[in-house]
Ligand binder design. Structure first.
Ligand SMILES: O=C(O)CCC(=O)C(=O)O
Length: 248
């Protein structure tokens, strides 16, 4: 069994996120060296699709920033317990929130994510979806609803590693998966966002490069762009976007 710690994936420790700034000061080009954290099916094109439409940045935040985010998030649950299942069973053993107004320090982290994830033409959704999976929680394969979500989804992982798998909607033999360490940021967009279903594997199925990955409590912060056609996203309706999944 593999409990994901840096020493079991020696490269993780040394994966640094290198920042290159382009001449356009608005566009930030973060280059990552996290290829060890990706695994692909045999199909040739999947690697190039992932290279273009999926990014993973390790150590996007510091441990102090992770603690600061979790501290704020944990003040918000009140008595909200983990729920057994989503209405369509898309998610199991989870709870979720949407937060628009963050404490100043945490707001600057959200801003950093949005700066990296979105292009000039994207309209960011400032309601940040916080998803808390219990140790036995998981997310079934789905594509986020195009009614509620635009071309970009960025996810910051906190507390535990997990495996996120992407499977092509038309051909299950075409897939790739990412080992997401805590404090990492992934960005899925365009072809990966629309043509692949994504899922967070349950512990029983959670294998990466032949080794078992055991997830404990994992919290994610999801920053999404808005769809180009406006839909009502008033607070209170928000758990609709949490129901982000297309019924495929
Ligand atoms: O928790 C995550 O990183 C994935 C969330 C997800 O699947 C989604 O919001 O569509």
């Amino acid at each position: 069994m593999l409990t994901v710690k840096c020493f079991r994936f020696p490269c993780v420790k040394h994966l640094t996120t290198t920042i290159f700034r382009t001449s356009n000061s608005k566009s930030k080009n973060l280059k990552k060296q996290a290829s060890e954290l990706l695994e692909y099916s045999q199909e040739e094109n999947v690697k190039s699709i992932a290279a273009e439409h999926f990014s993973l940045f390790t150590n996007f935040i510091t441990s102090e920033e992770e603690t600061s985010l979790i501290t704020e998030i944990d003040t918000k649950w009140r008595r909200l317990k983990y729920q057994k299942g989503h209405w369509d069973n898309a998610i199991q053993d989870y709870r979720e929130l949407e937060i628009r107004d963050w404490r100043t320090h945490n707001a600057s982290i959200i801003q950093r994510i949005q700066e990296v994830a979105f292009d000039d033409g994207d309209v960011k959704n400032n309601l940040i979806h916080v998803l808390d999976l219990s140790p036995i929680g998981f997310i079934n394969p789905h594509v986020d609803s195009t009614r509620f979500c635009g071309r970009v989804i960025a996810g910051l992982s906190l507390l535990s590693s997990c495996v996120m798998k992407y499977t092509h909607k038309g051909d299950a033999s075409i897939w790739f998966q990412a080992l997401l360490p805590p404090k990492s940021l992934y960005i899925m967009k365009d072809r990966v966002r629309y043509e692949f279903e994504h899922e967070i594997l349950k512990n029983e199925d959670s294998m990466f490069k032949g080794e078992k990955v055991t997830k404990s409590r994992r919290v994610s912060l999801l920053c999404r762009s808005k769809p180009h056609i406006e839909h009502d996203d008033k607070p209170g309706q928000l758990f609709k976007p949490i129901t982000l999944f297309e019924n495929t």
